[in-house]
Design a protein around this ligand. Sequence first.
Ligand code: PEP
Ligand code: MG
Length: 570
Amino acid sequence: METFKGTKIVNGIAIGKIKLYKAPVYEISEELVSDMKAELDRYNAARAKVQEDQSALCEKEKAAGHEETAGIFDAHAAMLDDDDVIDEACKEILSEGHTAEYAVSKGCEAAEQMFLNMEDEYFRARSADVVDLKNSMLDVLFGADTSSLQGTEPAILVAEDLAPSETVKLDKSLLLGLVTRLGSSNSHTAILARSMNWPTLIQCHDIADDWDGKFAILDGYNSCIYIEPDQKIIDELSAKQAEDKRKEAELQKLKGQPSVTKDGRKVKLYANIGGPKDVKAVIENDAEGVGLFRSEFVYLNSKTDPTEEEQFKAYKQVLEGLAPRMVIIRTCDIGADKTIDYMNLEKEENPALGFRAVRICLTRTDFFKRQLRALLRASAFGNLGIMFPMIISKWEVVKCKEILNECKKELESEGVAVGKYEIGIMIETPAAALCADELAEEVDFFSLGTNDLTQYTCAIDRQSASLEPFANTHHPAVLRLIRETIEAGHRHNTWVGICGELGADPTLTEDFLKWGVDELSVNPKSILPLRGNVRNVDLSNYKTESPKAEEKHEPVQAPKQKGFFGRLFS
Ligand code: PEP
Ligand code: MG
């Protein structure tokens, strides 16, 4: 038995034979052609064919509800329209007399290099998209058969790397797991693997040709692959795989079941999301709403400050997609670990204690108003909660509400429909938790941000791995602040949720319920396990000192420009 390490992308166990996939390697001739016009026609035909294929993949993924994957192929189709790449290819063929294959390879190399030179890891990973398009065009020009890369029986697929268009063509019934030598956690293969939930390992540098056909076990939990494992490992991991399947089947049975304790106490189980692409996961995991939409991802995913219209579309998509479920959208929480170049924020000594979140919004009011107008417009399409982050004082809440009202009046005078919405704040600073009584008078709900609340209460930088020995996620001071915040909220009829990581901690579920928490908002994948925990709790012998908040809320009812790369970086 041999064991090889990699970087896990998706947990889980895959057991079976290995199928090694090698992408074709093409020799690009430098010889010149005499009929340049015919060569240009070959180039254009290949480009049109690949563009058609990418658009078809986009439609297929959209139909399957895989919005994020569909976006990858949509972007690929747009890249093939890039004027700079086309101009470069035409020059190679018409002026230099090179072949279409040479023109493709040369044109894509420049674009690939441009991405590779970027500082941002996400954009560096986009060089793989250019390579994918280059290979797809070369496949067409060389007339390669790329219909299957998997063989005929279920196997663990091992490859140097997989391009998105290769990954999406995989026959799921033949795929046990995936191992690649290259790839990053931002690569599209990783994104796809996550959305498909395949046990996956990337950066497994020891992949060798002689693995092909060998029996192996991919152990996502331990980030490794065992080649020809011994009986002990086979028995152990087969049992773990069976246990995973049993647990998964049990969890599936909880879909559609109420989140209620044995003695009948209900709690709302909501999901934390980062944008429209997560709507599917909310529905699939049967979340009852969204307790935290981190709107800053709309800003982080954009190269420029997103317009009111762009934001409105994103919020509307989520609200409409999830109506009548409640969707709580947190206003922009930029700063600290989330920085954005176009915001031109000054470098700070202590960014976590610095100019962030509502502090930026209350200073740059035009920026804030763009978001608030977008939110108010979107409120007409679902059941919205607007939540302000990083609050420490009552005046901040009053000011946020004042600006929100100003925006509402503006929209109404413009004849734009505004729906119903609730207003809430994050309780993620000790100051807010300790002043919860007076803050509760101003809002419909609180949501405890236990990640920051822990950081600020314990003075432990949440980003620092070296402080781990000092960190205690169950620090009594934090737990006391949580309990007291719930109690303070309820004294004023303000309902209280938890949207930080502690909300999903199974060892605290019973305590949170005892303290009267009204809502827990967690990663979509934690919804069903959490529902299982809640349904196992029995509070009948516990006398709640803190009455549950009365329900206050009821559900209510996207020109051809310069070129793809030009638009991306303009
Ligand atoms: C928190 O601080 O607990 C929280 C949910 O917000 P974020 O993790 O985005 O800071
Ligand atoms: Mg926070």
